[in-house]
Design a protein around this ligand. Structure first.
Ligand SMILES: Nc1ncnc2c1ncn2[C@@H]1O[C@H](COP(=O)(O)OP(=O)(O)O)[C@@H](O)[C@H]1O
Ligand SMILES: [Mg+2]
Length: 250
């Protein structure tokens, strides 16, 4: 078994009376795509928000590459090597595709403005950003405003920006939400393209075709708890998982 990139131990996040996370244990291992499924309100986004320091854990521990990051604030999580995308795409809509990716570059973003605008620095930063833009198939849109992109391309830009921070762990929160079938098919390829650029990926998704196509392992959640874990076949045919989704349809 490969070593864990991320370890979540007995994690709890309580909001007033709501147990968004009610004692979650899971690992994301090196080289894998871990699928995370569960009905609306199961706590999937709360899990990402707590891992990334957007929420503070009520109890439990989060370890990343062997280091305890439970109390790390949001701004240091990115520097440590965890990047995410959002269930509702977040981009700088009035900035270009290229600018959106350049702001994610930790190395250049940390420099004083004068160094940043020096020609050599700037052209190196552009070349690096263009590498990620090309990877996500957006090279011909580099000078378009992010706000003008169709949904599928906006999602790809968000992934390019996440990769540009050179993370070890990529967390994708329902990347196929709102996509049509063609866009979802393309997204499967894009995530496969992104995969070798990081140590591991955690993929939250409702779209079972995407989950099946990409996940090495799946964890299923409901009411802030882990209700099943295993291969895609094991988890997706698990009676508790079926019941959780049926409850949502009812
Ligand atoms: N900031 C918050 N304040 C209060 N309750 C929250 C907050 N964030 C999430 N929750 C609650 O936690 C539960 C899990 O939500 P969420 O993680 O968004 O679910 P999922 O992403 O699986 O659909 C829900 O009951 C939700 O209302
Ligand atoms: Mg969510």
């Amino acid at each position: 078994m490969s070593s864990p990139v991320l370890e979540v131990v007995a994690l709890r996040k309580i909001f007033g009376g709501v147990r968004a996370l009610d004692g979650i244990d899971l690992d994301v291992r090196e080289g894998e795509i871990l699928g995370i499924v569960g009905p609306n309100g199961a706590g999937k986004t709360a899990l990402i928000n707590t891992i990334t320091g957007f929420y503070r854990a009520s109890e439990g521990m989060i370890r990343f590459l062997g280091r305890d990051i439970t109390a790390e604030p949001l701004h240091s999580i990115g520097r440590l090597g965890i990047a995410r995308t959002f269930q509702n795409i977040r981009l700088f809509r009035r900035m270009t595709v290229l600018e959106n990716v350049m702001v994610a570059n930790k190395h250049y973003a940390a420099r004083p403005l004068s160094a940043y605008f020096a020609w050599g620095q700037r052209s190196a930063a552009i070349a690096e950003a263009m590498d990620f833009i090309e990877l996500m198939g957006l090279a011909d849109k580099a000078d378009h405003r992010a706000g003008s992109l169709p949904y599928g391309e906006a999602r790809r830009l968000e992934i390019a920006r996440a990769l540009a921070g050179k993370p070890s762990l990529l967390l994708l929160d329902e990347p196929a939400a709102g996509m049509n079938e063609t866009e979802t098919g393309r997204l499967v390829e894009d995530i496969q393209t992104a995969r070798p650029r990081v140590k591991a990926i955690a993929l939250i998704e409702h779209d079972m075709s995407l989950i099946r196509a990409l996940s090495d392992r799946i964890v299923a959640m409901d009411y802030g708890r882990k209700i099943a874990e295993g291969t895609p076949d094991e988890v997706l045919s698990h009676p508790d998982v079926k019941k959780a989704y049926l409850g949502e349809d009812a």
